[in-house]
Design a protein around this ligand. Structure first.
Ligand code: SF4
Ligand code: SF4
Ligand code: SF4
Length: 302
């Protein structure tokens, strides 16, 4: 899967080039906006609501034509200038809806870890789709049981706003940049930078698995504030040193299975393995990397 920077590098050609193509490079006045949730906990949508008065100010600058919290017309899909999508495509109906939204939206922007990586739903892929279904349903026949994919692997995505849940202030900042006709950027700093700037205790140094050194910052290290290690919900940095990080985990006594468990929570495991393989092919043949690549792959199949 692509990193945030790669995902956010190119913008898709608009659905209606003559009209929406101009809007993408210029200030967008009163765009028609939809916020749609697929399968998810709706936490990212609540993060938008939690903006309170700031959200009401934003609402004056857009034409919010569809949001189930406020206005819901499930029969009508689009056209939208901007469509925000939260959640994962867990069912065939989710996939159909997603494709319709893509077709009828100038820009499709995904919100949160579920849409970005498949999030918690993606654990099903690693447990085994059928095994997972059997854990929940006594009679699983007829239940949709798709592989969980990042939204960007199902339809073209114009921009990704990461985190579980999204940071309302970051959402606001990105939307205001889009309305001003700019291409938003997310800075490539690790979570550690914000963690240490806030004076939080380093859990990695205490021997915990904390992915902060290789994970994209921007969440203000919110988990570390509560003494909870970073499990990577914002995804990998552009050029993470996965090898070094995992070797440190091994040196402090953690097993590949323990690392794998952490990486599966928010769905970053596949990215992690891809990065390890890339570094390996790129000439880094250190024992730690080879070991983790094999160990995580093996643990993934168990
Ligand atoms: S990313 Fe997190 S908060 Fe947002 S919908 Fe998924 S589980 Fe909920
Ligand atoms: S606690 Fe985690 S995020 Fe904070 S400095 Fe240590 S490794 Fe980095
Ligand atoms: S600290 Fe890590 S897990 Fe927590 S919100 Fe930030 S990126 Fe996500």
């Amino acid at each position: 899967m692509k990193t945030i920077k790669q995902l956010n590098k190119k913008t898709r050609k608009p659905a209606s080039p003559a009209k929406r193509g101009e809007q993408k490079s210029k200030k967008i006045n009163k765009p028609k906006v939809a916020i749609v949730g697929l399968t998810c906990c709706e936490g990212c949508e609540f993060a938008i609501l939690d903006l309170g008065e700031k959200f009401l100010e934003l609402a004056k600058r857009i034409d919010l034509v569809h949001w189930r919290f406020i206005k819901d017309d499930p029969e009508k899909i689009g056209p939208y200038d901007i469509c925000f999508v939260e959640g994962s495509a867990v069912t065939k109906d989710n996939v159909r809806l997603l494709k319709k939204l893509r077709k009828n939206s100038g820009q499709l922007i995904v919100l949160g870890n579920c849409a970005h990586f498949g999030g918690i739903h993606r654990m099903k892929n690693w447990v085994g789709r059928y095994k997972a279904l059997g854990e929940v349903y006594e009679e699983p026949e007829g239940i949709d049981n798709l592989d969980i994919l990042p939204i960007s692997e199902i339809v073209k995505v114009d921009f990704t706003i990461p985190t579980c849940p999204i940071n309302g202030e970051e959402f606001l900042d990105i939307v205001l940049q889009i309305l001003a006709g700019k291409k938003p950027q997310i800075r490539q700093n690790p979570v550690c930078l914000e963690c240490q700037a806030s004076g939080y205790e380093c859990l990695l140094q205490k021997g915990e698995i904390c992915c902060g050194p290789v994970i994209l910052g921007g969440c203000n290290a919110v988990c570390l504030k509560s003494k909870q290690a970073c499990w990577g919900c914002r995804g990998l940095l552009e050029e993470p040193d996965v090898d070094k990080f995992v070797k440190n985990c091994f040196l402090t006594g953690h097993s590949a299975a323990a690392v794998k468990k952490v990486l599966e929570v928010f769905g970053v495991k596949d990215d992690w393995i891809n990065q390890a393989q890339k570094e390996w092919r790129g000439g880094k043949t250190e024992t730690g990397l080879v070991k983790v690549k094999r160990a995580i792959n093996r643990a993934g199949k168990s």
